[in-house]
Write a protein that binds this ligand. Structure first.
Ligand code: COI
Length: 357
């Protein structure tokens, strides 16, 4: 199946011309078009790009009842000459299909995923914010579409891609509360999948943390409430002494693609990285003895979010705002994505510039 199998209906709109790229609120404005494909009778079909519009859903739709849904988050940027750039497509395909397998959703053929992305981002390239650090946030997602009451995997699914211009997800350093009561994921569960339900389950503990004055939850392991997993919206990194430490991907945390990119950049710059279990006690001890230099989160939406405070058992631990390594990493990843820094790892794919946009 090639990209030419996509039926394209273009919208006639100049909405983008009046969009304020300097003041973007994350998640509010959608681009002109969306991609969709249907899984029917064992194959992906009806590949289509059409104007972004509401969907009509039967009240018996299985996703509404049993939550068989997952998503991805990707970014498209522009090089200095205006060339649209996609980032690490292969990694996102691997991850969406790993999530799909775990959620009993049929995996996506490469041509559907890559074809839909390339075609949609090319068409809506005028929506890619020009400034470094901002990007077009691309949201592929899949969900069950059978109208059926009764627990079983759906026979039909939809795969869609929508896109949103985005500035920084967190515009300032964030505070985290290490969570000792609720859990996000246990070994054998769905923590590694980008399942919609993971985010729903995190909302109540996050609300409690926010009511207590923190921005986000720092999740601890399900067995002992001891080992750090991730933040609800990001993977987590600590700089202790001269080492960068991040929890290993043991099946309970998301295999972050930004996480992987930061590890690669660190190693390339000769910074020692350890992917291993790290306990909240180790972090608190490092804070007490002065060796905890930095803490930061990483994610596609957040890119790098600096952490200025960790709360644990009614005690707050503030971090000195030096952010040497996190600032370097942020500059590197944003620079690569803006085509300012050489793409020596081969992470970017160029799309054609449309002259009519
Ligand atoms: C992303 O980083 O892309 C995510 O999916 C996190 C979400 C909270 C925006």
């Amino acid at each position: 199946m090639s990209v030419s199998n996509i039926k394209i209906t273009k919208v006639n709109s100049d909405r983008v011309k009046s969009f304020d790229f300097e003041n973007i609120t994350f998640g509010r404005t959608f681009t002109d078009h969306m991609f969709s494909a249907d899984y029917i009778d064992g194959k992906w079909t009806n590949l289509e790009i059409r104007p972004t519009e509401p969907l009509s859903i039967h009240p018996g739709n299985m996703t509404l009842h049993y939550g068989q849904a997952l998503f991805e988050g990707m970014k498209a940027t522009k090089a200095q000459d205006g060339t649209p750039l996609l980032y690490r497509l292969d990694k996102y395909l691997t991850r969406i299909n790993a999530s799909a397998k775990r959620m009993c959703i049929p995996e996506l053929p490469e041509e559907v995923f890559f074809g839909g992305l390339r075609e949609l981002v090319t068409l809506d390239q005028a929506w890619i914010p020009p400034q470094s650090g901002s990007a077009l946030y691309v949201r592929p997602f899949m969900f069950a579409t059978d109208d059926h009451i009764g627990v079983r995997p759906s026979n039909t699914y939809k795969f869609m891609i929508i896109a949103l211009p985005a500035g920084p997800y967190y515009g300032r350093p964030v505070s985290l509360r290490a969570e000792s009561t609720y859990i996000r994921a246990a070994l054998g569960g769905v923590g590694e999948a980008k399942a919609a339900g993971n985010y729903a389950a995190a909302m109540y503990p996050t609300k409690l943390a926010q009511e207590a004055g923190y921005d986000q939850v720092l999740w601890l392991d399900a067995n002992e409430h001891k080992y750090i997993q991730e933040v609800g919206t990001m993977n987590i990194f600590f700089v202790i002494g001269d080492k960068v430490i991040t929890p290993n991907t043991d099946g309970t945390i998301l295999k972050g693609i930004t996480r992987d990119s930061l590890i690669t950049i660190c190693k390339d710059k000769g910074i020692q990285v350890e992917e291993r279990p790290i306990s909240i006690d180790e972090v608190i001890d490092a804070h007490k003895n002065g060796s905890l230099k930095e803490c930061f989160g990483s994610g596609t939406a957040a890119v790098i979010a600096k952490v200025n405070k960790i709360g644990y058992k009614d005690q707050d631990y503030s971090l000195a705002e030096s952010y040497q390594i996190s600032s370097m990493l942020k500059e590197s990843i944003n620079g690569i994505r803006a085509g300012i820094i050489e793409d020596k790892f081969g992470w970017l794919e160029k799309l054609p510039i449309l002259t009519t946009v």
